[in-house]
Write a protein that binds this ligand. Structure first.
Ligand code: GZL
Length: 325
């Protein structure tokens, strides 16, 4: 009796060792995890730097191996980076396209290589279906709408009968530039008080924002009632140019910006600008979760928009929490 029990126990132990051994072997060949290639536009703004920081943080937290390349504002560098990701056989490619056109060839190469592509932040224009799987980024059109809705409320509050607007736009042919411009223009279109004197390309950078503001002040001077700037860097470049005149920004000229980085919130609190629409750079977690779903062969949403808010002189700005970018 005892002998048969011993044999049974031995058999069970042997089976356990075998299963564990097999499982151990399975673990050794387990999925090494996701390898994600990401091409970033550059480091042109606090928003962009915050976006990069959040993607790196999220990759670390999700255990994703990140191949990160900074294109320094060059579409050619982004295309080269995507080709390197293809050659390296990454699991998923993600990128923030600096402009909307010119991606078909390289994305067809990624498609032929069987590598799914995620758009982060900005979109592309193409006639070819299936080049990308998902767009994770802000609803830029709505940001333009929110900016215009604030201006309409402000004009009502001040009893303005005529509102002359100058617009400093982001990079021409980029999604945020085109949609922020369209959302704003469509929203003021039926308001007879609103007139856009001129729109000028500030390329999302501080120095160009200053140059644009200098030109606009020389051209329109005290006729300017509103500056609508597509991002904080250009706004922060424009402010000192206005302050060289006898006009006070935030009082004589209504200033509306977009991104809501810390520096913009600081000048909002100082009363030097009147409104800043949030465009969150924190897209890392949505990117990692979507990339992991694609690697596992799961369906993903076509568009993922983060929730965004507006900060303005209509609220207690002293209560605005630190922005983190
Ligand atoms: C918006 C992003 C824009 C920011 C700018 O999602 O594409 O690019 O508004 C940045 O600050 O340069």
């Amino acid at each position: 009796m005892l002998r048969s029990k011993a044999y049974r126990l031995f058999g069970i132990l042997l089976a356990l060792v075998f299963i564990t051994g097999c499982t151990g072997a399975a673990e050794e060949t387990a999925d090494p995890g996701l390898l994600l290639g990401f091409s970033q536009i550059g480091s042109e703004s606090a928003w962009r730097i915050g976006n990069t920081r959040d993607i790196e943080r999220s990759a670390e937290e999700y255990g994703v191996s990140l191949m990160f390349e900074n294109a320094n504002q060059s579409q050619e560098n982004q295309i080269d980076a995507i080709r390197r990701f293809i050659a390296y056989k990454v699991d998923v490619i993600a990128f923030s396209p600096i402009v909307e056109d010119g991606w078909d060839n390289v994305l067809l190469e990624a498609k032929d290589a069987g590598i799914p592509v995620i758009l982060v932040d900005r979109d592309i224009k193409t006639e070819i279906d299936g080049l990308t799987t998902c767009l994770i980024g802000a609803d830029f059109y709505n940001e333009g709408v929110m900016a215009a809705q604030y201006l309409i409320r402000k004009a009502d509050e001040l009893g303005l009968e005529n509102v002359n607007i100058v617009e400093i736009t982001g990079t021409e042919n980029s999604t945020p530039m085109e949609q922020r411009q369209a959302g704003f223009a469509d929203t003021i279109a039926d308001d007879p008080r609103m007139h856009i004197l001129e729109s000028i390309d500030g390329d999302f950078i501080t120095s160009r924002g200053a140059e644009c503001m200098r030109y606009l002040l020389e051209t329109y001077g005290e006729d300017i009632d509103v500056v609508y700037s597509h991002n904080d860097e250009m706004t922060l470049g424009a402010l000192p140019e206005i302050e060289k005149t006898n006009m006070v920004p935030g009082k004589d000229i209504i200033i509306i910006s977009i991104d809501a980085g810390q520096e913009a919130i600081d000048v909002l609190k100082e009363g030097r600008i009147n409104c800043v629409v949030e465009c969150t750079p924190n897209l890392g977690d949505e990117l990692m979760e979507t990339a992991l779903r694609l690697k596992n062969g799961e369906e993903v949403e076509a568009v993922i928009h983060p929730v965004e808010q507006i900060f303005s002189d209509e609220m207690d700005v002293s209560a605005i929490e630190p922005r983190g970018y």
